[in-house]
Design a protein around this ligand. Sequence first.
Ligand SMILES: NC(=O)c1ccc[n+]([C@@H]2O[C@H](COP(=O)([O-])OP(=O)(O)OC[C@H]3O[C@@H](n4cnc5c(N)ncnc54)[C@H](O)[C@@H]3O)[C@@H](O)[C@H]2O)c1
Length: 365
Amino acid sequence: MKMGIPKEIKNGEFRVALTPNRVTELVNSGHQIYVEKSAGLGSGFSDSMYEAAGAVVLERAIDIWNVDLVVKVKEPLPQEYQFLRPQLGLFTYLHLAGEPELANVLLKENVRAIAYETVALPDRSLPLLAPMSQIAGRVAMLFAAHFLQKNCMGEFAGRGKLLGGISGIEQGRVIIIGGGNVGRHAAQVALGLGAEVVIFDQYESCLMSLDKAFHGALRTKLYRPEQLKKLLPTCDVLIGAVLVAGEHAPALMSREMIASMQPGSLFVDVAIDQGGMSETSRVTSYDQPTYIEEGVIHCCLPNLPASVAQSSTEALGFATFPYIKALADKGLDIAIEECSALMSGVNTWDGILKHEGVAKALLRN
Ligand SMILES: NC(=O)c1ccc[n+]([C@@H]2O[C@H](COP(=O)([O-])OP(=O)(O)OC[C@H]3O[C@@H](n4cnc5c(N)ncnc54)[C@H](O)[C@@H]3O)[C@@H](O)[C@H]2O)c1
């Protein structure tokens, strides 16, 4: 199979879909791999490393897309829509719930698009979203601790609160909504910084597993709007970490709730890639990662793992490679037919919207 690895062009994106050692494995299995010039540089992989691995490095993006399967990290951007064509295989994060325009283009161009984030195992876990969520949770807390400081963002000044406090000086309070991969890893970093942590989730089983894992170091609460509303005026950092696979993020935060938070407190809406969980959330970029609404600093980066591209590229490849190899070795049709996880990853196929959650989200738009 001919496979293309484009250079990611989203703002602040430095990840790459395949590392040179994975390329070698695919080349040894008889596949032809085309890598766009400089695609791996941001993750520490030079063009000569890809060439040594057996890939052909090409200058022009258009040539990279002229293959059977394009493997990427982030969704195609409008500049890349011109490369989409019928029966092109595309394996990448898509997050179509937050990208209705892209969904229409993929359908119109009859692209066979498989989204990493909806590849689901029989226990409904999401093996290709999980590693990036774990990293995003950690990075979200590091960003929050940074932006809470004065002098970090010019006019966007944080409260000037040290999350861990010191002896006799109160620590900061972090509220996390959603106790899955993002939530857990954000909690781990927040606790490491010495903050007080409260996690809300809709499922008791999730809260029980958090209590067990953290040995009572954080507080867990069943999600109830009244409970959350009581705590919001006391928190320094709010992390949005909810997900219903494929669907638009549940809208749990109203403008009024955001306004009840302290001026200069931080809201990191990690769920922004699925449309965001607050009325006040809108996508930001690394050029301007924050904005203020109702006195609260909002950070809504849809690609938090990009800031630690080297770790993220390794972690992503570790998770995606078995699926990439199956798609390459068997061809898209057979690989998908034989693997229910890949089947649930199919979002669009020859003009048909295939994922129920995504379809629901798009109807909402
Ligand atoms: N911004 C980024 O860079 C980035 C990176 C990775 C993941 N994400 C996003 O972060 C979000 C969370 O991902 P995850 O992997 O942690 O998901 P997950 O499935 O592991 O966890 C989500 C949690 O949200 C809870 N939840 C869902 N609806 C709820 C509700 N109405 N009330 C209370 N709790 C609710 C679920 O019970 C679950 O425990 C997703 O939108 C994901 O796409 C963003």
